[in-house]
Design a protein around this ligand. Structure first.
Ligand code: HEC
Length: 233
């Protein structure tokens, strides 16, 4: 028990699940025999995840950047660290810090990291930490910033052709598949169908535009305009 705090098992990824399963079976057999079952097999895993997350910080420093840092892993043969954002690997670094850039303003991201050694063995991932990028305060204009982006959609959405009808359309209600939804919820990009549809966070219909997609700066401009109140400015 006392040594465990310093010993994070570095197990080859493929073997990890098999081994912890075998470990769990041994424990279950043992505790069944003793008549005193607890779920200590799961606790070991949780304990490591929690330990990895001690002093792991994510700090939003701008509307598009979050800085991460974590403590050095105690094992002597650590080769580097892997960083995960919202479940997907985004970086492999030798240092114990990483700056995640190009993010969307006013958006919450969740991070984990793992350590790997020179033989390629990888630790468990830390428990997650989250941070929300700062709000973008430079004002976005519907006419100058949003309307031009919507011109790439006019082939299908003919109501986006003039600034007046485009504004009414993107602040009105969804039709068809997403019927009745508020296309834009002023102040909340996350709850707005328009933003969900161009960032694939939607749960109805298809990603917009259906082929190709807006680049992250265009999507972020739409998100910022909505978060700033979705004015007809
Ligand atoms: C190839 C045709 C096509 C293009 C291009 C296209 N859309 Fe669509 N769009 C559709 C269809 C069809 C629907 C209805 C089906 C759905 O909701 O998935 C739709 C639905 C939507 C909705 C849901 C609201 C509603 O009225 O139902 C939004 C918001 C939207 N599109 C935004 C856009 C934006 C923004 C662009 C350009 C960046 C774009 N679309 C480009 C065909 C298109």
């Amino acid at each position: 028990m006392t040594t465990r705090a310093n010993t994070i098992p570095l197990i080859p990824p493929a073997a990890r699940r098999r081994r912890s399963l075998r470990f769990a079976i041994v424990l279950v057999t043992l505790c069944t025999a003793l008549g005193a079952c607890t779920d200590s097999a799961t606790l070991v895993e949780e304990d490591s995840e929690q330990r990895m997350a001690v002093a792991f910080t994510a700090v939003a420093v701008s509307p598009t950047q979050i800085n991460l840092s974590w403590p050095m892993h105690p094992a002597s043969d650590i080769a580097g660290y892997r960083v995960f954002r919202d479940g997907a690997p985004i970086a492999v670094v030798g240092a114990t810090a990483f700056s995640d850039r190009g993010l969307t303003p006013s958006t919450t991201y969740s991070y984990r990291y793992s350590a790997y050694d020179i033989a390629g063995n990888e630790s468990v991932q830390s428990a997650p930490v989250t941070a929300t990028t700062l709000a973008d305060s430079s004002p976005r204009s519907f006419a100058n910033d949003i309307f031009p982006i919507l011109q790439t959609c006019v082939g299908c959405h003919s109501d986006y052709a003039s600034p007046q009808t485009a504004y009414l359309s993107v602040t009105g209600r969804g039709i068809g598949v997403c019927g009745g939804r508020a296309t834009t919820v002023a102040g909340s990009a996350a709850r707005s169908l328009l933003y969900q549809k161009v960032t694939s966070s939607h749960d109805c219909g298809v990603l917009m535009p259906p082929s190709g997609r807006l680049n992250s700066e265009q999507a972020s401009t739409i998100g910022t305009w909505i978060n700033q109140g979705a004015a007809n400015n």
